[in-house]
Design a protein around this ligand. Structure first.
Ligand code: ATP
Ligand code: MG
Length: 672
C-alpha cells in the first residue's frame, strides 16, 4: 500500500481519482509534482496496469529523471519500466519505432539541433531564391518552428492564397522538409508534429499506443504547445485516462510555442467531465517568500492563491551594486560566507538570471574565485566547437552517410583538406558526401597532396576507428577517437585549451553509463540528440556528479525545482523585465510570471541583486531597479550593502531531508 500520510486532503483527492480525466491546478510549491508521482504509485498499487502502461510526461529532462527518482522511492525497482520522459523524447521514441511508415529510413533517424537545422534551412532558402533583408534565418526559422508547434505542415501553411510572404515561406518550408528527409533527419518541431501525423494517419499505430499507454500524466501542463497537447490527446482518446497538472501563473514558454489555452480552456472543452482539483497550500517556502511572489502577480486574474503554515522566515535581502562585476563578486562571496558559517552548503544555493549572457560573467567570476558551480540548462554545451567535432566523429563512425558530420570533421584537426581542397573533392556537389570520400581511387582529377590526405582520412574513419571500436567500452572508444584522430594533441595547443578540455571531459563523462561501444554508440548519439533539445528547455546535462557545486541557471531552466537559498541577479529594468518583452503587454505579463517562478524556487533565503551599470553586448548601460522589487511590500524586504555582513540571525534551514530536487543528478534515460 502506498502511504498517503504525507498528503493533504486535496492532494489525496487527486491521488485517489484514478480513472478518467483529471486536472490539477495550483500555484508553485503546492505539491503538484508530488501529487502526480503519488498518483502514479497509487495506480500501480491498485493493480490497474503494469508499469509499462504508464506514461508520465514532463517538461525538462532533468524533471523527467527526477520524476523517475521519486517514483523509484515510492514503488521501487518497477519504476524503471515506467515511461517518464519529456515530450521530445516521447516523440523520438514514436518516430524511431515507426519512422518507416512516414517515409523515413527507420533505423537511423537523426535529430538535428538548432544549428544543424538552420544550416539546412539556409540551403533551402538559397535554393528557393528566398533572400534579401526581409528573409533572414532569424525571421524565417521561428515562423517555421511556430508552424510546427501548431501542426501546420508546408501544405497547410498558406492561409491567404497568393500572399507573397506566406507562399515564399511555404516554398522554403517544403524544400526544408525534403532536405531533412534526404538526410533521414527530423528537427525538434518534427518530433512532435510528425508523431501527431503518425497517430492521425495510421489507425493501427494509434491503437497500439493507446493500448500500451493506459494511464497518461502531464506535469507543467501550462507550457505545452498545441501540437504537444494534440499528441497526448490522441494517445488517451479512447480510454480517457489523462491527468494534467499545471499552474497558469507559471506559464513562461509562450515565446517558444507554448499555448496557455491548453490549460485555461482547451482541456476542459475536450474533457468536460474532468474534475478540477485545486491545491491551496504551499509547502516549499517561508511565508515571506510566498507572499512576495504572490504580490508580484496580484494583478493576474488566473493567479492561484496559496497559503502556508511555514514560518515567516528571514526578510528578502536586496543588495544594490555598482556594476555587474561587483554583483557577481558579491554573490560568490556571500555563498562562500554562508558555507563557511555553516548556514548551508554551496550545493544548496542557486543563482538565477534572466539572460544567458549574465551567466557568462558569473561563470567567469566563480571560476576565478575557485567556487564550484553546475551550470544547468546550458544548451550551448552542445554547440561548443570541440563537443560538436567529437560528436561528428562518432556520428560518422555510426553512420558513414552522415554528410554534415563528414563535412565538419574533414579538416579538424587540419590535415591539408581546407576549403580549396574540399571544393576539389566535392567535384561540383553542394556537400561533401560519402561517395566523394570512398571513390577516391577513381579520381584522377585530384592533386596528389589532396588525394593522399583524403585517402588517409578515409582510412581513419572507415577502417581505423570502426576497428578500434571492437571489444571496447564506449568510454575507451571515446579516448581512442581523441587520440587516433590527433584531435587531443591539436586541442592541447589551443589558447582556450583548458576550457575545451573541460568540455571534452564532460562529454566523456556522459559516455560512462554505456557499455560496449559497438552496441551502445547509436543509443548514445540518440540520447545526446534528444538531450540537447531546444533553448532553455530540455537541456539539463546528464553528467555524473563531479562533486558539489552552486547551481547556476536561467530562470527558464529551473522550473519545477527548489533550492534552500536563491539569488536572483540583475533585477533591473531592461534586464528583468527584459527590454524586448517590455514592449508588449503580453511580453510584460510573461515577465511577471517569470518573476513569480524565480521567487518561488526559494525555500528559506532569497536575495535580489541589481547593478547600476552593466555591460550589455559591448556597451556599458545604466539601469534602474526592476519594477518587480517595487511590487513587493516594503516590510518583506531588507536592504543591505554589499560590504555589510549579516548581523541578523538567520533562521535554520528546513530539514535537509526535504526533496532537494535540484541536487539530484539525473540518471540517464533508457535509450529510445
Ligand atoms: P512547482 O509549481 O514549482 O512545480 P509543485 O507544486 O510541483 O511546485 P512540489 O515540487 O511537488 O510542488 O512540492 C514542493 C515541496 O513541497 C516539495 O519539497 C514537496 O516534497 C513538499 N510537499 C508537497 N506536499 C507536501 C505535503 N503534503 N506535506 C509535506 N511536504 C509537501
Ligand atoms: Mg512541480
Amino acid at each position: 500500500m502506498i502511504d498517503l500520510e504525507g498528503l493533504n486532503a486535496e492532494q489525496r483527492t487527486a491521488v485517489e481519482k484514478i480513472d478518467g480525466p483529471l486536472l490539477v491546478l495550483a500555484g508553485a510549491g503546492s505539491g503538484k509534482t508530488r501529487t502526480l508521482t503519488h498518483r502514479i504509485a497509487n495506480i500501480l498499487d491498485q493493480g490497474r496496469v503494469s508499469p509499462h502502461g504508464i506514461l508520465a510526461i514532463t517538461f525538462t529532462r532533468k524533471a523527467a529523471s527526477e520524476m523517475r527518482r521519486r517514483l523509484e522511492e515510492l514503488v521501487g525497482k518497477e519504476a524503471s519500466d515506467i515511461t517518464a520522459v519529456t515530450f521530445h523524447s516521447l516523440g523520438f521514441k514514436l518516430l524511431s519505432a515507426e519512422a518507416g511508415t512516414l517515409g523515413y529510413k527507420p533505423e537511423k533517424l537523426s535529430v538535428y539541433d538548432a544549428v544543424e537545422a538552420q544550416r539546412l534551412l539556409h540551403r533551402a532558402m538559397q535554393e528557393m531564391n528566398v533572400n534579401g533583408t526581409r528573409w533572414t534565418l532569424e525571421t524565417v526559422a521561428p515562423i517555421i518552428e511556430r508552424a510546427k508547434d501548431n501542426l501546420y505542415g508546408p501544405d497547410d501553411f498558406v492561409r491567404v492564397k497568393g500572399d507573397f510572404f506566406e507562399e515564399s515561406i511555404a516554398k522554403v518550408y517544403r524544400r526544408y522538409q525534403e532536405l531533412l528527409m534526404e538526410n533521414n533527419a527530423v528537427d525538434y518541431g518534427d518530433l512532435i508534429r510528425l508523431s501527431v501525423q503518425l497517430l492521425r494517419q495510421h489507425p493501427g499505430t494509434l491503437e497500439f499506443y493507446q493500448n500500451l499507454f493506459r494511464y497518461v500524466s502531464v506535469d507543467e501542463f501550462q507550457d505545452t504547445s498545441f501540437a504537444q497537447y494534440q499528441l497526448v490527446r490522441h494517445l488517451v482518446w479512447r480510454n480517457r485516462n489523462l491527468c494534467c497538472v499545471g499552474s497558469p501563473v507559471q506559464a513562461i514558454y509562450s515565446w517558444r510555442g507554448a499555448d496557455i489555452h491548453n490549460i485555461l480552456d482547451r482541456y476542459r472543452e475536450d474533457f468536460r467531465d474532468a474534475p478540477v482539483v485545486i491545491l491551496s497550500q504551499n509547502y516549499r517556502s517561508t511565508s515571506t517568500i510566498l507572499n512576495s511572489a504572490q504580490a508580484v502577480v496580484q494583478d493576474l486574474s488566473y493567479r492561484e492563491d496559496l497559503r502556508t503554515d511555514n514560518d515567516q522566515g528571514a526578510s528578502l535581502i536586496v543588495v544594490p551594486l555598482n556594476t555587474d562585476w561587483d554583483e557577481a563578486n558579491f554573490i560568490a562571496n556571500e555563498i562562500k560566507r554562508l558555507d563557511e558559517e555553516r548556514y548551508c552548503g554551496i550545493e544548496d544555493c542557486a543563482v538565477l538570471f534572466r539572460t544567458r549572457a549574465q551567466g557568462r560573467l558569473l561563470e567567469q567570476v566563480f571560476m576565478h574565485q575557485g567556487l564550484p558551480y553546475i551550470l544547468i540548462g546550458d544548451f550551448k554545451f552542445f554547440e561548443r566547437r570541440e563537443v560538436k567535432d567529437i560528436l561528428a566523429y562518432l556520428r560518422v563512425v555510426h553512420d558513414m552517410f552522415d554528410a554534415s558530420a563528414l563535412q565538419r570533421i574533414i579538416n579538424r584537426p587540419p590535415r591539408g583538406l581546407g576549403t580549396a581542397a574540399l571544393q576539389k573533392l566535392q567535384g561540383g556537389e553542394p556537400e561533401l558526401n560519402f561517395a566523394a570520400i570512398t571513390g577516391l581511387h577513381q579520381r584522377a582529377d585530384l592533386p596528389p597532396k589532396v588525394l593522399s590526405a583524403a585517402t588517409e582520412f578515409a582510412d581513419l574513419i572507415f577502417d581505423d576507428l570502426p576497428n578500434a571500436m571492437k571489444e571496447k567500452t564506449l568510454t575507451e572508444f571515446f579516448d581512442e577517437v581523441l587520440n587516433r584522430t590527433g584531435y587531443l594533441a591539436w586541442i592541447e595547443k589551443d589558447p582556450d585549451a583548458k576550457r575545451r578540455m573541460a568540455n571534452l571531459r564532460l562529454l566523456r563523462a556522459m559516455t560512462t553509463r554505456y557499455d560496449h561501444a559497438e552496441e551502445a554508440l547509436g543509443n548514445f548519439l540518440a540520447d545526446i540528440a534528444t538531450l540537447s533539445v531546444v533553448e532553455g528547455g530540455d537541456t539539463s546535462l546528464d553528467v555524473p556528479s563531479e562533486g558539489r557545486g552552486v547551481t547556476m541557471a536561467t530562470i527558464h531552466a529551473v522550473k519545477g525545482l527548489e533550492f534552500p537559498v536563491v539569488f536572483i541577479a540583475g533585477l533591473e529594468e531592461g534586464i528583468f523585465p527584459h527590454a524586448r518583452a517590455m514592449k508588449t503587454p503580453d511580453g510584460m505579463e510573461e515577465e511577471t510570471r517569470l518573476a513569480y517562478v524565480a521567487i518561488t524556487r526559494a525555500m528559506s533565503l532569497l536575495y535580489f541583486t541589481y547593478a547600476r551599470s552593466r555591460m550589455v553586448g559591448d556597451e556599458m548601460k545604466e539601469h534602474s531597479p526592476s519594477r518587480f522589487l517595487a511590487a513587493i511590500p516594503k516590510h518583506l524586504l531588507e536592504r543591505r550593502s554589499a560590504t555589510q555582513t549579516v548581523s541578523s540571525p538567520i533562521p535554520n534551514l528546513p530539514s535537509m531531508e526535504t526533496e532537494l530536487t535540484a541536487l539530484a543528478i539525473p540518471a540517464l534515460e533508457p535509450s529510445p
